[in-house]
Design a protein around this ligand. Structure first.
Ligand code: ZN
Ligand code: ZN
Length: 273
């Protein structure tokens, strides 16, 4: 059997395009996850001792496995990026002008819209993946990290990586998101994801111990999800968990506990100086 002459060229082009996307996604991950780990969990760890949500530290091997699984996830993300590029080339992403030459208002508007839509997508697919049968096939790898680290952010099973990445082509087909807004959205999602798995409560608290921005998920919010699955499915905002009654009943008490410890340490330092 002879292969058509154009096939190797096409395969090679596809490979090159996939590699291009892989490099971009990997760079974003390498800047975010190891940097956050180095900064929060190593360099600033002594200063942030009272900000740590749990006493115990995740084992070194967990970090390595998460890193390897994350690189595998990024390979899947890049394959899905190829599909998005294909949709663009096939003219299936409407509203070229909105994407290519957006107004400042549309750039800001489409950024907010993308973040809200992604939060909704994440909540529902995440909740679905917690159904016993789907959990085993899609979400077990992520929850092997009971005590998460910044590297847990992309530590997914293959199916979960594909479902997570599918948001982009689906949403981009529906809404002509300004390209600069989409770039900012990608930076926002990795930053929030990595911080949410850091194990240190970095979000500000009110004097009564509640989160200052109670409409946003805090690190404690997602940390509780890893410690005790079955609640707190949200990614950026607390709204879906509150509307659907899936917020962990211990959430505010846990957040207040860390906030009080953090404030206590701050007061000690102020008294000594
Ligand atoms: Zn989960
Ligand atoms: Zn997680």
């Amino acid at each position: 059997m002879t292969l058509p002459e154009t096939l190797p060229e096409t395969v090679l082009d596809l490979g090159r395009a996939w590699l291009g996307g892989f490099q971009v996604d990997l760079t974003r991950y390498i800047v975010a996850a190891p940097l956050a780990w180095l900064l929060i969990c190593v360099v600033l760890a002594p200063a942030l001792k009272t900000w740590k949500i749990r006493e115990d530290r995740p084992p070194a091997l967990q970090h390595i496995v998460e890193l390897l699984c994350s690189v595998r996830s990024i390979a899947i993300f890049s394959a899905v990026t190829l599909i998005t590029v294909g949709l663009h080339k096939a003219g299936l992403l409407w509203g070229e002008a909105f994407r290519e030459t957006p107004t400042l208002l549309w750039t800001a508007g489409s950024l907010v819209l993308t973040i809200l839509a992604h939060d909704t997508w994440f909540y529902w697919v995440h909740r679905l993946m917690h159904r016993p049968r789907l959990f085993r096939a899609f979400h077990r790898r992520h929850h092997r990290s009971n005590n998460p680290t910044p590297f847990t952010a992309y530590s997914f099973d293959l199916g979960e990586a594909a479902v997570m990445a599918a948001f982009s082509p689906l949403f981009l087909m529906l809404v002509p998101v300004a390209w600069p807004a989409f770039g900012l959205f990608m930076i926002h999602q990795i930053a929030r994801n990595v911080i949410g798995h850091s194990g240190y409560e970095l979000f500000p608290a009110r004097r009564d111990g509640r989160p200052l921005f109670d409409w946003m998920t805090t690190v404690t919010h997602h940390d509780l999800h890893h410690a005790q699955a079955g609640s707190n499915y949200g990614l950026y905002f607390t709204a879906w968990d509150r509307w659907m009654g899936t917020e962990n009943p211990r959430y505010h008490a846990e957040f207040a506990r860390v906030a009080a410890r953090r404030r206590g340490a701050g007061a000690e330092v102020a008294a000594l100086s």
